[in-house]
Design a protein around this ligand. Structure first.
Ligand SMILES: C[S@@+](CC[C@H](N)C(=O)[O-])C[C@H]1O[C@@H](n2cnc3c(N)ncnc32)[C@H](O)[C@@H]1O
Length: 288
């Protein structure tokens, strides 16, 4: 065995693995550490080198659901939000995924809309996770509003998938929504008299509903055609200042939606606010 190999073995035997990892990165990236790339300003917790950005774990304030940030996430300490989120998670709508920042945005938008004159609507409910969180966060049962929860409760509708979505295999990717049960959702919301469960396919079912004034609209059907058709249907029914929340807007898998909603917004002289959570927000401003 060469001297170098023997020395390496001795180092391996005496230096703990965590320190070895640090030394490894220090040796590899010391060029960068001493001469940070010109023009890139990072704090001491982040450095980037070649294809990777390294972030000190303890500096991360939030790291789930494709979102990593060193900025504050104060809602993680907000008792009201955590309770509401737990109610949502208990429905198993999110299949074990942790989506707290997305849920917080939806709760925030719902709390804002609770002061407007109009009902709440969600198209794409699954087991009702987001709706259950919103109801708790806003104290919805005390509001003079109705919350319409619209879903097939049996998954995506093949005839409402675009060619591109079919090619991407969206239908099989989301086949786990097929076993949904309207009955379970009805049980979850039975205690809330002002929540209406609507089973049907969007957009077909919309014309049978008497929903005339909407303050909050959540679109989360994971496919473009029903979402755009729902947006077109509800837009004239949204009250001034009403908010539309698009769950899939920034998702790369659903990039078709981004383009469709940008066109939708431009035609109505508004703009989609893209959020780092992947959601999009549209406010109905003025008389548009
Ligand atoms: C991502 S899940 C909704 C999750 C829910 N917003 C939550 O966070 O708890 C998508 C849902 O959209 C429903 N869906 C898809 N296409 C639909 C359509 N054309 N009409 C009605 N529901 C549809 C599916 O059945 C599925 O339950």
């Amino acid at each position: 065995m060469s001297l170098a190999r023997r020395l390496k073995n001795i180092v391996r035997a005496v230096v703990p693995p965590s320190l070895r990892v640090r030394l490894h990165y220090f040796r590899r990236y010391q060029d960068y550490v001493w001469r940070p790339r010109q023009g890139v300003q990072h704090g001491q917790d982040v450095f980037d080198y070649q294809d990777y950005v390294w972030i000190r774990r303890q500096a991360l304030q939030y790291s789930e659901d494709n979102l990593f940030t060193l900025n504050a996430a104060p809602f993680l300490n907000e008792e009201n939000f955590l309770r509401a989120y737990n109610f949502g998670a208990q429905t198993n709508s999110w299949h074990g995924l942790s989506i707290r920042w997305r849920a917080y945005i939806a709760c925030w938008a719902a709390a804002y809309a609770s002061k407007l004159d109009g009902d709440f609507v969600e198209c794409g409910v699954n087991r009702g996770g987001l709706a259950r969180a919103i109801i708790d966060y806003t104290g919805f049962e005390r509001l003079n509003k109705r919350f319409y929860l619209i879903d097939t409760f049996s998954g995506l509708v093949p005839t409402y998938l675009s060619e591109e979505e079919k090619k991407k295999g969206i239908l099989s990717a989301y086949s786990y929504y097929n076993d949904n049960s309207a009955k379970i959702v009805e049980e979850t919301f039975a205690q809330f008299e002002n929540v209406k469960i609507v089973q049907g396919s969007v957009p077909d079912v919309l014309w049978s509903l008497q929903i005339n004034r909407v303050a909050f609209l959540s679109l989360d059907m994971n496919c473009t055609i029903p979402e755009i058709r729902a947006a077109e249907y509800f837009w004239p029914r949204m009250c001034p200042g009403g908010v539309m929340i698009l769950d899939d807007y920034g998702s790369l898998l659903h990039c078709e939606q981004q383009k469709a909603f940008d066109d939708f917004a431009r035609d109505r002289s508004v703009q989609v606010l893209v959020l780092p959570t992947g959601q999009g927000l549209i406010f109905k401003s003025g008389g548009t």
